[in-house]
Write a protein that binds this ligand. Structure first.
Ligand SMILES: N[C@@H](CCC(=O)N[C@@H](CS)C(=O)NCC(=O)O)C(=O)O
Length: 241
C-alpha cells in the first residue's frame, strides 16, 4: 500500500509502473502467505508462484524490471522510481532538512513500528516462543509498539505537519503513515483521543481523491486483512502450545 499510494498520489502513470495483485493464501497457523499471480507473464518466466524466487525474504512489494532485475523493500522501490522520473513526482520537499524529516517518518514506520506489530511475528512468537497469549490484532506487544512509536511520531508531527505529515503537500511520509494508521485502527487505537496531530493528518488524507480510491480498493479505512482466525485458533490451542 505504501508503494501504491506513492504511485497514485505522485501521478506515476500505469504505463510506466504497472501494479499487479499477488495471490494470497494462509499457512497452517493462519498467517498470510503471498504468492506470485498464476498465469502472470513474470510468473511464467521464473516458472513458480513461490514469492521467494522473486524476493528471498518472501515479502511484497517487489518491483520487477523488464530486464529481469528485481528490487524489494518499499523505501528503496519508491526512491528508485522517484530517481528514474525526469522531474520526480514533486512529492519530496526541496529543503534538505524537510526531506530528511520525510525520511525520518518513513524509517520510524518501516523499521521501528511495522515489524514489531506485525501479526505474523506475533502469531509465531505466541506459538513457538512462549509469548503471552492474546488475540493477535490486539496483542499487548502490538499495542505497546504502536503506542510507543506513535507517541514519538505525534511529537515529531507537532513540529513538522501542516495539512499533511510534512507541510501542506502529500509526501512519501504520508504514504508510509497511512497504512500504519490503518493497522492501528484494527488494533482498536483511538487516534483522535491519543494522537491528535496524527488524527488531523489522517482526516486530511482521507478526503484526497487518490487516497480514497486506494483505500476503497484495499477494503476500507481499517486494515481488513490480518490472518485466518479459525486456523490460528486451532494452531494456538494445539497441545503443548
Ligand atoms: N520492510 C518491508 C516490509 C514488507 C512486508 O512486511 N510486507 C508484508 C505485506 S504488507 C509481507 O509481505 N508479509 C509476508 C511475510 O512477512 O511473510 C518493506 O517495507 O517492503
Amino acid at each position: 500500500m505504501r508503494v501504491t499510494l506513492y504511485l497514485r498520489c505522485g501521478g506515476v502513470p500505469s504505463s510506466l509502473v504497472e501494479l499487479v495483485s499477488t495471490g494470497l493464501a494462509t499457512d497452517h497457523r493462519g498467517i498470510l502467505v503471498f504468492t506470485m499471480p498464476e498465469g502472470d507473464p513474470e510468473t511464467e518466466k521464473v516458472g513458480t508462484t513461490d514469492l521467494t524466487a522473486f524476493n528471498p525474504e518472501g515479502r511484497i512489494p517487489i518491483l520487477l524490471l523488464p530486464d529481469g532485475r528485481k528490487m524489494t523493500q518499499s523505501g528503496p522501490i519508491v526512491d528508485f522510481i522517484e530517481d528514474c522520473l525526469d522531474h520526480g513526482t514533486g512529492m519530496l520537499p526541496d529543503d534538505p532538512w524537510l526531506r530528511a524529516e520525510v525520511r525520518r517518518i518513513m524509517w520510524i514506520i518501516a523499521a521501528d513500528t511495522q515489524p514489531y506489530q506485525n501479526i505474523p511475528f506475533i502469531i509465531q512468537a505466541m506459538g513457538e516462543w512462549g509469548m503471552v497469549k492474546a488475540a493477535p490484532t490486539v496483542h499487548p506487544l502490538r499495542l505497546h509498539f504502536i503506542r510507543r512509536e506513535f507517541g514519538a511520531l505525534e511529537t515529531i508531527l507537532a513540529q513538522c505537519a501542516g495539512r499533511f505529515a510534512v507541510g501542506d503537500k502529500i509526501t512519501h511520509a504520508d504514504c508510509f503513515l497511512l497504512p500504519q494508521i490503518r493497522n492501528a485502527l484494527l488494533a482498536g487505537i483511538n487516534l483522535a483521543d491519543e494522537f491528535p496531530t496524527m488524527a488531523r493528518v489522517w482526516e486530511n488524507l482521507l478526503v484526497v481523491h487518490e487516497v480514497k480510491a486506494v483505500l476503497d480498493e484495499a477494503g476500507g479505512v481499517v486494515q481488513p486483512l490480518a490472518f485466518d482466525a479459525e486456523k490460528f485458533e486451532v494452531y494456538a490451542n494445539m497441545p503443548g502450545r
